[in-house]
Design a binder for this molecule. Structure first.
Ligand code: GLC
Length: 741
């Protein structure tokens, strides 16, 4: 069990009442310009007269992207000592999966299905980043994503709202600790509110069309989970929902978030998202956008300079009530009080830049190891490196920058430990290295001959495939998600050598790699594993560790299958009796290929399903047993299942609970994840896992946005992935207005 012993700060946190009283007093003394200054966030690197002057005039509430602790203190000093009211600045940064010690990208962290480990990673990120002066991170991103063409699928927890909520809440706990006023914490910022993952055709910043009940059943729940975990801030999204950009969406930001959910944290816009409402075509100009965003409830303006340049006119011309501005300022000041910045505004330079401790690196290694998903193993893993010659080939074998993945702003790639470096260090001359391609997009085949030569000298080929970090993340969407460059050609060339191939894929998304998985004898999938990806994969490949990752996203057969997700509707014609494209006779009659829901050129469903992942051992599941088979809509049942390690190696297994509402007033998904538990079993060991299933969590939102739990039959699975297992049935006896979970 890894424990990150982080010494928390000593200042006693102020009570909520103290904070509100202080805010009242402060607001009563502020001019309108000073109030609006608190709503202004600027991206800044370095100290200069211009920024110093703005700070002295009380025109800057927050600065993002300053990561030098001495500069942070110098800028902070201007605010504390040289502005009229001495209100501290809050310094922010995108610390998305680690600050200097880089953890797997969030999609990889989700593949661990280990919230405690994800929380530890966030705690470590906060400890490192706060030692550089960062007290606010723009994380967790909890956008449910079901289209791998969207580059930002890398930043979230994948396709399922329940898993996204568990991971988002874990990160909030990790960043904020148990006392946000401690100097080694960071305020979380759950983003992007909301519906961003539904960007049409997987193209970033694109429009979304999300019916209210889908928004409430799928895209909103992870935000509620992160808020319930205490996220101090939120960020609104770039996209429009049904034509309404989130930065101006009164229903979303006021009626739902403040009135229905009672959220009292601070809402920041995304970068210039206020200004982008002009481009969306819903605002005449920046002034109009500033007004719309302020009325909708965006408290702080990131980098649009819309508020600082327009709100005082809006107030002076009575188009914006000063009370609205006060409410926004209140949320900003509350954040700063909660962070303890009024008592402790400066970075302790004696403890500054505390990075890369052994504890931190070991936690990153553990996370990378648990994030790896074993998809296939036809007896060639683990590899006996001591007695085998292994040809290490491929563009991701020694890619210290790209192994870290997207949003690694503060990465120092010389600290990345790559698979090649690790394997060479341990196994020396048994490793024969020939990349074949120098980077993932390389089209030249000049390196192929050397790679084939290496393969022919070896007993086994270890191929590291995937995509460079820049091919996923913000604004990095792909219409074709097969392996880029000449990787496919190289793998085919290597296949001709007849040597067994172990394929390791490092990517920022689920890629369409069906042919390569077919050609390989074993496949391990890693979502850009971060600083310690090398030692982690070496432990797994050698059998010093046992893979336990499970897919947080469905792996597609081809690029064209999106949106793709396990919790789909059954439709009136679920796929069956499929005649595929190469089996169709010439001049085949119109209906001869079957009339059900599938692709002629891809069949139906994923290559590997959500929740799937193998181990070097095997696990047997008993049929689930239920405490009752009839329950009231405000009742619950317990479901138990005994899992046995039927193999010869200790292994961890994520036991997953799925349900299906067989008949509803609306068509219901064929499965929905409702709980999971990760257990470790030694060979021959059995463990009975018990889940409590509250009927109140088995409802859904109707077309008019009401949450209901309907009577009728349900099925329940307890299994190792979203496709396997034998269901048990139970009934809910009567309709009820169970409160939203
Ligand atoms: C970016 C991203 C957002 C990030 C912000 C600050 O455009 O959309 O996720 O936190 O700007 O860098």
């Amino acid at each position: 069990m890894l424990v990150c012993t982080v010494v928390m700060g000593s200042a006693a946190p102020r009570t909520a009442e103290d904070i509100e009283r202080n805010i009242d007093r402060l607001i009563s003394r502020m001019t309108i310009e000073e109030k609006i200054g608190q709503l202004n966030q600027l991206s800044n690197v370095g100290y200069n007269d211009n920024i110093a002057g703005q700070i002295r005039n009380g025109a800057v509430g927050s600065i993002l992207n300053e990561t030098d602790p001495e500069t942070v203190n110098r800028l902070q000093k201007e605010a504390i000592e040289n502005s009229r009211l001495g209100i501290p600045i809050v310094f922010a940064r995108d610390v998305i999966h680690g600050f200097k010690t880089i953890f797997p990208i969030p999609l990889g962290q989700a593949a661990t299905w280990n919230p405690e480990l994800v929380e530890l990673g966030a705690r470590i990120a906060a400890d490192e980043a706060s030692s550089a002066g960062i007290r606010w991170t723009f994380s967790p991103m909890v956008d449910v994503a079901r289209d791998a063409r969207w580059g930002r699928i890398a930043e979230g927890a994948g396709e399922d709202p329940y898993l996204a909520g568990r991971m988002g809440a874990a990160m909030v706990r990790g960043y904020q600790g148990n006392d946000l006023s401690s100097p080694n914490t960071m305020a979380a910022c759950v983003k992007h509110f909301a519906g961003y993952g539904a960007s049409e055709s997987g193209k970033d910043y694109n429009t979304t069309w999300i019916p209210d009940n889908l928004l409430r059943d799928v895209y909103l729940p992870p935000f509620k989970d992160a808020i319930d975990a205490g996220s101090a801030t939120m960020m609104c999204s770039f996209n429009d929902i049904n034509g309404v950009p989130s930065s101006g969406n009164i229903w979303l930001l006021r009626e739902l978030l403040r009135n229905e959910w009672g959220y009292d944290g601070m809402m920041v816009s995304d970068w210039n998202s206020i200004g982008e409402m002009v481009s969306h075509g819903v605002c005449e100009d920046l002034g109009d956008a500033a007004l719309k965003a302020a009325v909708a409830g965006v408290d702080m303006d990131m980098e649009a300079k819309a508020y600082i340049s327009n709100l005082s006119d809006m107030v002076n011309s009575d188009r914006l009530p000063v009370a609205r501005v006060d409410s926004m300022v209140r949320n900003v000041l509350r954040l700063k009080y909660r962070l303890g910045l009024f008592d402790n505004p400066y970075v302790d330079l004696k403890k500054a830049n505390r990075f890369y401790s052994r504890t931190n690196l070991d936690a990153a290694r553990r996370c990378a190891a648990e994030s790896a998903v074993l998809l296939k193993n036809e007896g060639i893993l683990p590899i006996d490196f001591k007695n085998k010659r292994v040809a290490v080939i491929g563009p991701m074998a020694d890619a210290p920058y790209d192994q870290a993945g997207t949003w690694s702003f503060d990465l120092e790639k010389e600290h990345t430990v790559t698979p090649l470096a690790t394997l060479r260090q341990i196994y020396g001359d048994n490793i024969i290295y020939a990349p074949g391609l120098d980077y993932s997009r390389e089209l030249s085949t000049d390196g192929f001959d050397k790679a084939v030569e290496a393969a022919e000298q070896a007993d086994i080929i270890l191929f590291f495939a995937g995509e460079e970090a820049v091919l996923s993340g913000e604004a990095h969407c792909l219409a074709d998600i097969t392996l880029p460059g000449a990787q496919k050609k190289l793998i085919s060339r290597l296949k001709e050598t007849g040597r067994p191939i172990a394929l390791v894929i490092m990517a920022g998304r689920p890629m369409a790699v069906a042919p390569q998985c077919e050609q390989a004898d074993a496949v391990i999938y890693m979502f850009h594993p971060g600083t310690m990806g090398g030692p982690a994969i070496a432990d797994l490949l050698s059998g010093n560790d046992n893979p336990s990752g499970k897919l947080p996203v469905s792996l597609p057969r081809v690029s064209g299958q999106f949106p793709l997700y396990y919790s789909h509707k059954n439709t009136g014609r679920p796929a069956e009796n499929m005649t595929l494209i190469n089996d169709i006779e010439l001049e085949a009659p119109q209906t001869s290929t079957g009339c059900t829901s599938f692709y002629l050129d891809a069949g139906d469903g994923p290559l590997f399903p959500f929740g799937y992942g193998l181990s070097y051992t095997t696990f047997a599941y008993s049929d689930p047993e239920l405490s009752d088979i009839v329950i009231p809509s405000d009742g619950n049942i317990t479901a138990t299942c005994t899992i046995t390690n039927t193999g010869s190696m200790t292994g961890a297994e994520t036991v997953q609970l799925y349900i299906r509402d067989i008949v509803g007033s609306l068509a219901r998904p064929v499965k929905e994840l409702k709980d999971f538990k990760k257990i470790t079993l030694s060979p021959g060991e059995s463990q009975t896992v018990t889940f409590t299933v509250d009927a109140s969590r088995l409802g859904f939102h109707t077309l008019d946005g009401k949450y209901i739990v309907e009577p009728g039959e349900f099925k329940l699975w307890i299994s190792g992935d979203s496709q396997s297992g034998t269901p048990a049935s139970f009934k809910i006896t009567h309709a009820g207005n169970a409160s939203v979970k």
